[in-house]
Write a protein that binds this ligand. Structure first.
Ligand SMILES: Cc1cc2nc3c(=O)[nH]c(=O)nc-3n(C[C@H](O)[C@H](O)[C@H](O)COP(=O)(O)O)c2cc1C
Length: 184
């Protein structure tokens, strides 16, 4: 910051920028992120009875040509080893009625791995990753690139097949709770 700027701030009774904007804390960041409403997906990987998955809101479209998506996965998630080993994943976007599936894959009821898949119908498309038959929409992906950043891996998926029933509202997550779209 130049001396002129500092003098101008002092004349205006303001502190330098650094003092008016304290460093962003982890808790402050988490609190701010709570205001982002997100669609809820189940990210799945594995074959046969060796399957696992996690609930995720970090899914976004990357490009339409070629069709790619990305999702950010914590390397501490129990599903992470299978995502890397099989180099494929399903992005299963949930309908508003499917909150129990979100709870199961977030580990809220203590289920692990294969047990999370109970009570729903799963199919396989091109990549072999588990695809929820009743998903609002599902993206069947092969892993194109994995970028390690901080605690997470950014997984870029090449979309090999699409599936979905559509026709109903999505499940949303906002300020630490599930919800659905309300007409304005
Ligand atoms: C609504 C919601 C969204 C989440 N989004 C993500 C996400 O985008 N990436 C991630 O790594 N974990 C995310 N999580 C946390 C994982 O679902 C959770 O840590 C994991 O499935 C449980 O860990 P475990 O499989 O090791 O038991 C989210 C959890 C919830 C409830």
């Amino acid at each position: 910051m130049s001396l002129d700027t500092l003098l101008a701030l002092a004349a205006a009774g303001l502190e330098p920028w650094e003092e008016r904007h304290p460093p962003v804390t982890n808790d402050g960041f988490r609190g701010a992120m709570r205001h982002l409403a997100g669609a809820v997906s189940i990210v799945t990987a594995g074959l046969g009875t060796e399957r696992n998955g996690l609930t995720a809101t970090s899914v976004v479209s990357l490009s339409a040509d070629p069709p790619t998506v990305l999702v950010c996965v914590n390397r501490s998630a129990s599903a992470w080893p299978l995502l890397v080993r099989h180099a494929h994943f399903g992005i299963n976007v949930l309908a508003a009625s499917q909150q129990p599936i979100a709870d199961r894959f977030a580990g809220r009821n203590g289920e692990k791995g294969e047990a999370r898949f109970a009570g729903a119908r799963w199919i396989q498309l091109a990549s072999g990753a588990p695809i929820l038959a009743d998903a609002l929409v599902a993206f069947d992906c092969t892993l194109e690139e994995r970028i390690q950043r901080h605690s997470h891996d950014i997984l870029i998926g090449r979309v090999q097949a699409l599936h979905g029933v559509g026709g109903t509202d999505p499940l949303l997550y906002w300020r630490g709770a599930y919800g659905a779209i309300r007409p304005t």
